[in-house]
Design a protein around this ligand. Structure first.
Ligand code: NAD
Length: 443
């Protein structure tokens, strides 16, 4: 079905093309890229390393970032407004790669999918639950190929941990603890507007459909938007989406039934410096009657309790996740380290030969980022070509992101347990429903 759609759209595009392209063959996936500075440049490198990719369009609201990326892809057309790029190029591309700050993932993906294009979207899927759900709905309706940019999902150690948990190596899981000491929070004074906006930046386009505010140097662009409400989702949204991914996948979870965040009192402009979030999930095939999930971030995280102590008094990895089951514990460091099985406070070996035999994992994977980072991107391109299937499509990514965002929303009600009605997409505590949607402006 996917393959047929692709061939049909490629044929149509080649027929309507006013300027036939010599380089176009049926085998190429023509990509356009929105947000090409920061992670966007890395996305460009990994996706274009696939032999069937032709980069045809680049868009960035920062002309310095745009020119830098364009040096590597001189044949690609350049834009500052993604709406113009999609409109002008709709007959000449097959897929879009979105690497902008989180607040614009939804609008860009939705516009692309309305034009029948496949989407690779950086994590988290969005900074709000309403966009996540709409993105998933559209992807399913249009039967498009989608993938969220959680590249470690396709790494050896994460796949292995998923297989081990699903095979019951530690029995039924009743608790998961995940942590990161990173801090994408801020509780200082509200920032003052800068005297001017840099010439290289189109601030109106950077804000996109989010509420207007004045430009403040060093506060939003680049990268720092993660700390600010309306744009990012703090540390939980930034790191949680990677570290939550393996347990979410391995335990076959849906949205939680409740969530509580013990963090500082909210302000209305930035995220907490520390989050301690407790989720409760209903039983699945791989859990006991219920599953408790604890996420901790910020300086000093996690607080070392007895259950997190490692054999031989070893130090916990800086970031990671621990699964607790009725037959033992499994530690998955984030990242580039193998999962470790712990039974009665001692490490135990485990056999992975059957997974190697079945081809689910490699025998001796190279344990460095560059050797594995392209897997997830190539999987997306191969799926656009009808040769594979994405492992983190929007149907999965929207649920994972929604779960994380529920914890972010709970940060507005410190210490209060919020109950989530997944089917209707609402909290039972009505005051929390205000945070499900983003305010949208015309721009
Ligand atoms: N998967 C990963 O490991 C990973 C790592 C880092 C970042 N990310 C994700 O990548 C995204 C970008 O993060 P970053 O750290 O690179 O941010 P950044 O601010 O450093 O870079 C974003 C780029 O997008 C451009 N941009 C902003 N709004 C735009 C718009 N409306 N249209 C076109 N271009 C626009 C900016 O000018 C900039 O070049 C985020 O969603 C982030 O969560 C993922």
């Amino acid at each position: 079905m996917i393959r047929r759609n692709f061939i049909k759209s490629s044929l149509l595009s080649s027929l309507v093309s006013v300027i036939p392209k010599m380089s176009f063959t049926m085998k190429k996936i023509r990509t356009i890229h929105v947000g090409v500075g920061g992670m966007g440049l890395s996305d460009l490198k990994d996706i274009s390393s696939h032999e069937s990719v032709e980069v045809v369009g680049l868009c960035d609201v920062d002309s310095i970032a745009l020119e830098k990326a364009a040096k590597f892809f001189p044949q690609a057309k350049k834009f500052s407004d993604y709406r113009i790029m999609i409109d002008e190029m709709k007959d000449f591309f097959d897929a879009v790669v979105i690497s902008t700050p989180d607040h614009m993932h939804g609008p860009i993906a939705i516009e692309a999918m309305e034009n029948e294009k496949h989407v690779y979207c950086q994590k988290p899927l969005s900074n709000n639950i309403s966009d996540c759900r709409e993105m998933n709905k559209l992807a399913e309706e249009k039967k498009l190929v989608t993938q969220m940019g959680i590249q470690v999902h396709s790494f050896h150690d994460y796949k292995l941990a998923t297989l081990l948990i699903k095979d019951g190596i530690i029995g039924k899981v009743d608790k998961v603890r995940a942590w990161s000491p990173k801090n994408w929070g801020y509780n200082g004074k509200k920032h003052k507007a800068s005297n001017s906006i840099p010439n290289n930046l189109d601030w109106n386009l950077w804000l996109g459909d989010t509420k207007y505010r004045d430009y403040c140097d060093g506060v939003y662009h680049p990268m720092m938007w993660r700390k600010m409400k309306d744009f990012g989702c703090g540390t939980l949204g930034d790191m949680g989406v990677h570290i939550f991914d393996t347990p979410y996948n391995a335990l076959d979870l849906d949205s939680p039934v409740s969530v509580k965040n013990k963090c500082r009192k909210p302000n209305n402009y930035s995220f907490p410096e520390k989050n301690y979030v407790e989720y409760e999930f209903n039983k699945t095939e791989f859990t006991s009657e219920k599953l408790i999930w604890i996420w901790e971030d910020g300086k000093g995280s996690p607080k070392i309790s007895k259950e997190l102590k490692l054999p031989n008094n070893e130090k916990l990895p800086l970031q990671g996740v621990m699964f607790f089951g009725n037959k033992g514990k499994l530690l998955l460091p984030h990242f580039m380290e193998s999962p470790k099985l712990i039974v009665e406070n001692a490490y135990k070996d485990y056999d992975i030969s059957k997974y190697i035999k079945s081809g689910e994992i490699q025998k001796n994977p190279k344990k460095n980022y560059e050797e594995q980072s392209f897997y997830h991107y190539h999987e997306f391109i191969d799926s656009c070509l009808g040769k594979s299937e994405c492992s983190a499509p929007f149907s999965y990514a929207s649920k994972l992101t929604e779960t994380i965002l529920l914890g972010v929303i709970a940060g507005n009600f410190p210490g209060k347990k919020l109950n989530w009605d997944r089917k209707n997409g609402v909290f039972l505590e009505k005051e929390a429903n205000y945070f499900l949607k983003k305010f949208k402006r015309e721009y």
